[in-house]
Design a protein around this ligand. Structure first.
Ligand code: HEM
Ligand code: HEM
Length: 176
């Protein structure tokens, strides 16, 4: 379905009048596939889940799945619907594409940080039998990476909200 979405966007034959909405839509198709489909399946099999259950591997999957499947979908709909509802083509902006790239690169980096921390946690806790809190101490450094990635993600979200408020309010217009 992700490949179908990409090829349909490519073969569509004409440029859509709202490219940023298409960007968020394709982001949704790709990240929900990677986050839910791929990373979800990766720890579904009992042989894997008996080690990874309830660890940061779960958080790795949960974040990208929720972000890709639901958050990106909602932001795509907002970006598509607002110009149609307001009659102003103002959601399709540089700041909205900036929001797309920073939040998505931030979320991919967050997922990587969770993944590395999760794999290390599984190994130490479930293979070497180390204590939960001792392991948390060992993987502390990965949370610094998580915070850095999350900062980038947050910058993207702030940019989206900023863009939304900037163009969302009917300033200086007569309403009927
Ligand atoms: C939009 C789709 C999805 C979303 C939003 C989502 C989100 C989540 C979240 C938030 C958790 C953690 C739950 C908790 O904290 O207890 C979770 C767990 C899990 N998900 Fe998904 N998921 C999705 C799809 C999938 C798919 C398609 C698969 C398998 C192919 C999958 C396999 C799993 C498994 C095995 C767990 C349990 C992990 C554990 O044992 O700790 N998920 N999911
Ligand atoms: C600033 C960005 C974010 C940071 C730093 C962050 C960090 C975290 C951390 C550290 C946990 C606990 C993981 C654990 O110990 O198992 C967590 C859980 C969770 N977060 Fe986030 N998160 C962020 C954004 C998000 C977003 C955008 C979503 C959804 C779209 C989300 C959904 C969840 C869910 C569903 C859980 C519980 C999942 C689980 O138990 O595996 N988070 N988050």
């Amino acid at each position: 379905m992700a490949i179908y979405a990409l090829s349909m966007a490519k073969k569509g034959g004409r440029y859509p009048d709202n490219r940023t909405a298409l960007l968020w839509t394709l982001g949704c198709a790709i990240l929900s596939f990677v986050g839910a489909g791929f990373l979800g399946f990766a720890h579904t099999l009992p042989q894997v889940n008996m080690y990874t259950h309830g660890t940061l591997v779960t958080a790795m999957h949960g974040h990208m799945a929720f972000w890709g499947a639901y958050a990106c979908l909602v932001l795509a709909i907002v970006t598509y619907a607002l110009p149609n509802l307001t009659g102003r083509k103002l959601q399709d902006t540089g700041m909205n594409s900036f929001a797309f790239w920073t939040s998505n690169i931030g979320m991919v980096a967050m997922t990587l940080a969770f993944a590395i921390a999760g794999i290390a946690q599984v190994y130490m806790e479930r293979r070497l039998g180390m204590d939960f809190l001792a392991v948390q101490k060992e993987i502390e450094v990965h949370f610094l990476g998580l915070i850095l990635a999350a900062t980038l993600f947050t910058v993207g979200i702030i940019a989206f909200i900023w863009n939304f408020i900037r163009f969302g309010l009917p300033v200086g217009e007569v309403r009927r």
